[in-house]
Design a binder for this molecule. Structure first.
Ligand code: ME8
Length: 658
């Protein structure tokens, strides 16, 4: 409960993302989902704290900054600006943004680390293990998949260094109970996998329960871009204690920057994808148990957005740019699509075709059409303002029942972090209303003067259904729904409180036609264009070496002046006192020819003997180091120096190249 406003509080968090590359549609999903829940809860009257941010320390960031010749802070500042720009663009209404480089966070993490150390949960040891650099994760042999990182599938390296560790055994039993006996984990079905893979409970010969849960490495010495351990210089706090603490440091835990810890903690929902479920399901509760703090209420774990079967990720490069998609279809269409596609706990494959079809079916033909048809008919038959007379008829009761039951269902789905089901339910009302138009045939009623009251009732019922659907949708599509309220004359009454009531709009409501909410997309044309954009956005393979500059164009006549011929290398030796020159004795078909070539650093002289080479035969003779060279051997510039152009053995010496 918030002391000041006496409202019930609701605290929701996204993961803090790594600014090691630009945000993509995967990050967008989690953030949009949390934003929608936060908006819904605000609409329900909660005092909401919605936190997001960036996880800015670690070896990978340090490496990337070095590659670019900037400081790690300069490097992250630039990417954090892009994250913030994207959240603004996606209409993300967060209450706080935490950066792990913020002073207050650093101060708190140092205190948290010291507190766990003082309580005996952190100790010093040596870490030897398999380490995945991109994921910044140590893995045990048994956790590797085919010898590779189980998270990203890449090679791991052997690593050993002095490190602090956090004991896990004292917390294992409580964590097992948390996962299996409470509704902390969503979906709960994932508890089995966590318990078996990480907690690994077993009963020893004396009947005592033991756990295979390994201690966690919590400091590093091999890089410096991190929160320094105050009592042991040279160590920086290693990723998870730094990162996970953000959920409480952002509220002011162990720092003076904020005073919200008592108000909002414990969090109601931490939302993450499955890649970091383990850390939030095991390590985070262990840390809080160690600190003797209350545990968060729920951990909602969603799957990955995949693209062509692979996890969409910064490192794989197969990213779909939310800015590009938003520009083409509108931010709300993207928000809708990703939330409608992703079911809690399962992966969702991103496809342009599914997205465009979904936008067309649900938004353009479904909701958009319902609004534009209803408003257009009120305009056509009543000049934009309904008369107050009413006449009930068939189908009304069913439509009203669906509409008034919706809010409770959506509440329940949002409460359980099942946003795809919430949206599906809202669109059942949209479909029901569209069907009601077909059933009541207002265009026929419109032809009959005596049916005006019935027609007004039908159109009013449609407006009310739209009001209810769009009010509940406004948490998910906050940019578009106010436009709907305006069109249906519901600006003042489209409130959550009214969302389970029918008959809220004034009987003589006035509507206002507006632009199409979701324009229909030409599927084939659009897919073609999108594929081209994605292809053009794919990172181009780096050239193996810097390609040489092109020379100015020459006329064919000029080219014809050059006489290129084939010769066989009879002998080759280094030119005395020259580091560069090799002396070639060639069979040029007419006799022996000596040519000097400056390729000594790339070849042992005997390497080329017996080979056919190409040479410029009519170059004026030139004396070097006292030897006359008659011509020039053709070599190609390659990534690692010059390579002699060799010619097929079957060509006889003296043959000319034309
Ligand atoms: O893991 N599909 O940061 P991160 C769905 N800094 N969601 C995806 C996704 C995809 N393909 N790719 C990323 C980290 N996400 C740590 C977190 S928290 C204390 C520290 C989303 O930049 C999803 O929410 O790798 C996932 O959990 C998160 O981004 C990982 O972001």
């Amino acid at each position: 409960m918030c002391k000041e406003c006496e409202k019930k509080t609701f605290y929701i968090t996204t993961p803090i993302y790594y600014p090691s590359g630009n945000p993509h549609i995967g990050h967008t999903y989690t953030t949009v989902a949390c934003d929608s829940i936060a908006r819904y809860k605000r609409m329900q009257g909660y005092d909401v704290m919605f936190l997001t941010g960036t996880d800015e320390h670690g070896q990978k960031i340090e490496q990337k900054a070095k590659e670019q010749g900037v400081t790690p802070k300069q490097y992250v500042d630039e990417i954090v600006a892009i994250f913030k720009k994207l959240w603004e663009y996606m209409n993300i209404n967060y209450d706080r943004y935490i950066r792990t480089t913020d002073d207050y966070h650093v101060e708190s993490v140092q205190k948290i680390f010291k507190a766990l150390y003082d309580k005996g949960y952190i100790y010093k040891g040596e870490y030897k293990g398999k380490y995945c650099t991109p994921c910044e994760s140590f893995w045990t042999e048994s956790q590797l998949v085919d010898g590779k990182c189980p998270d990203c599938g890449r090679e791991v390296i052997e690593a050993a260094e002095e490190a602090y560790f956090m004991k896990m055994a004292p917390f294992a039993e409580r964590i097992e109970k948390l996962l299996t006996e409470t509704d902390y984990l969503r979906p709960k079905t994932r508890a089995v996998e966590l318990v078996n893979n990480f907690l690994q409970p077993s009963v020893d010969e004396n009947g005592n329960k033991t756990y295979g849960l390994e201690d966690l490495c919590v400091s590093r010495t091999s890089f410096s871009w991190g929160v320094p351990v105050t009592f042991d210089p040279g160590h920086v706090v290693y990723v998870w204690i730094d990162a996970l603490s953000n959920y409480i440091t952002a509220l002011g835990y162990e720092n003076g920057a904020f005073d919200d810890y008592k108000t909002y903690w414990p969090a109601d929902v931490h939302m993450v994808a499955k890649d970091i479920m383990r850390f939030h399901a095991i390590i985070w509760p262990a840390m809080l148990m160690g600190l003797e703090q209350p545990l968060p209420k729920h951990l909602a774990v969603h799957g990955w957005i995949t693209f062509n079967g692979q996890k969409m990720s910064k490192s794989l490069g197969n990213v779909v740019d939310p800015f590009i998609l938003g520009e083409r279809y509108g931010v709300d269409a993207i928000r809708y699509h990703i939330m409608r596609e992703m079911a809690l706990g399962a992966d969702s494959s991103f496809s342009n075709e599914i997205m465009i079809n979904r936008i067309n079916t649900d938004l353009a033909n479904g909701l958009g059409n319902l609004v534009s048809r209803t408003v257009a008919m009120i305009d056509k038959y009543f000049g934009g303002t309904l008369p107050a007379e009413r006449e009930e008829g068939d189908f009304d009761a069913d439509l009203i029942a669906v509409a008034t039951a919706l809010k409770a269902k959506v509440d329940n789905y949002v409460e359980n972090t099942q946003l795809n089901l919430a949206l599906e339910e809202i669109f059942k009302l949209v479909s029901r209303a569209n069907k009601y138009i077909d059933e009541t045939t207002p265009w026929i009623l419109g032809k009959d003067e005596s049916k005006k009251a019935r027609l007004a009732t039908v159109l009013y019922n449609l407006l009310e259904s739209i009001r209810i659907a769009s009010t509940l949708l406004s948490a998910f599509m906050p940019g578009t729904m106010p436009k709907v309220f305006e069109q249906i004359g519901a600006v003042d009454c489209a409130t959550y409180e009214n969302a389970d009531k029918f008959g809220v709009l004034p009987l003589d409501v006035t509507v206002k036609r507006g632009e199409a909410l979701f324009p229909r997309i030409d599927v084939e044309k659009e897919i073609e264009e999108l594929n081209t954009i994605i292809k053009n956005n794919e990172p181009k393979p780096e050239p193996a070496f810097e390609l040489p500059e092109h020379k100015a164009e020459i006329a064919f006549d000029d080219f014809e002046k050059v006489e290129l011929r084939v010769a066989k290398v009879l002998a080759c030796e280094k030119v005395k006192k020259s580091k560069k020159l090799l002396k070639f004795t060639l069979d040029d078909g007419e006799g022996e020819r000596i040519i000097l070539s400056g390729i000594a650093e790339y070849y042992d002289p005997e390497e080329l003997v017996g080979k056919n080479i190409a040479y410029v035969a009519n170059l004026a003779p030139r004396k070097m180091m006292g030897i006359e060279s008659r011509g020039m051997i053709l070599s190609a510039e390659s990534g690692d120096g010059l390579k002699v152009v060799t010619i097929d053995d079957s060509i006889l010496p003296g043959g000319s190249l034309v």
